[in-house]
Design a protein around this ligand. Sequence first.
Ligand code: GAR
Length: 208
Amino acid sequence: MKRIVILISGRGSNMEAIVQRCTEQQWPADVVAVIANRPDAQGLAFARARGIATAVVDHMAQPAREALDAALATTIDRFAPDLVVLAGFMRILGAAFVRRYDGRLLNIHPSLLPAFPGLHTHRRALEAGCKLVGATVHFVTPALDHGPIVMQSAVPVLAGDDEHTLAARVLATEHVIYPLAVRWFVEGRLAVDHGIVRQLDGASQVLM
Ligand code: GAR
């Protein structure tokens, strides 16, 4: 069984979707821990209620990024993960941390990367007049919201959309593509070739 550790900062709805799909679909994997950088991250309650180990590495107690990264890595490594999943984890991770988990660190970002890395993606997409937005699951590299793309969802922008309506529709697709990408990873169905991710069975990597 593959061991998955999930990092969250807040609500944790992507984490919930992964935990639920992992059980329902009997993946060859267990979510062995949920780790937050804030003691008040709402998602921790869900994890505890499911009997999943939780830990908090409080970023307020570790003002220097290197110290936070080191404390996080120590906590993560206690759970000996095969895969580390960033699910709404809103801290920038340093290059040494990212290298430590090279090839087994996934992130989801609410835009069609490489467009709109960083914050306020939906507002920025509306301001840019985008007609299509979405979300991206990718392997993590030291550059912010960047790395080999595993899967994307595409969501049309509708007349009257604001950043909240758009965020809600994109989030619903995140709950589909993130569990699917994690499932492919734990089932060994992903390969990275010169920075391009392929699904070995030839399944579509786009949710329209
Ligand atoms: C999600 O929309 C995720 O894509 C985004 O934070 C939200 C977390 O929601 N992540 C980023 O912006 C990372 N750059 P959740 O806590 O309910 O999963």
